[in-house]
Write a protein that binds this ligand. Structure first.
Ligand SMILES: [Zn+2]
Ligand SMILES: [Zn+2]
Length: 82
């Protein structure tokens, strides 16, 4: 189910405060954190959110990735694409 409005439960490096989970609003060509306003470029709609380890964040913890319409995984925490 494509997501156009917002994605919740995401990690955001600038907003990371313990259990805090950011909400990203889905725009035409990026997502933007509703809390701090930082953006991550992607190709909406968002097809889903997956939780996995990000080699770039490197914390050994799961972070959140959004999957965009081209099948690209974008780490909401650091912006890495894969
Ligand atoms: Zn944020
Ligand atoms: Zn990352």
């Amino acid at each position: 189910m494509p997501i156009w409005g917002q994605v919740t439960g995401c990690e955001c490096a600038w907003c990371d405060r313990g259990e805090f989970r950011a909400t990203f609003l889905v725009k035409a060509d990026h997502i933007v954190c509703s809390n701090c306003g930082r953006t991550r470029s992607c190709k909406p709609p968002i097809m889903g959110v997956v939780y996995a380890e990000c080699a770039c964040c490197g914390r050994g913890e799961k972070t959140s990735f959004v999957v965009d319409s081209e099948g690209t995984y974008i780490c909401t925490n650091c912006g890495r694409r894969r």
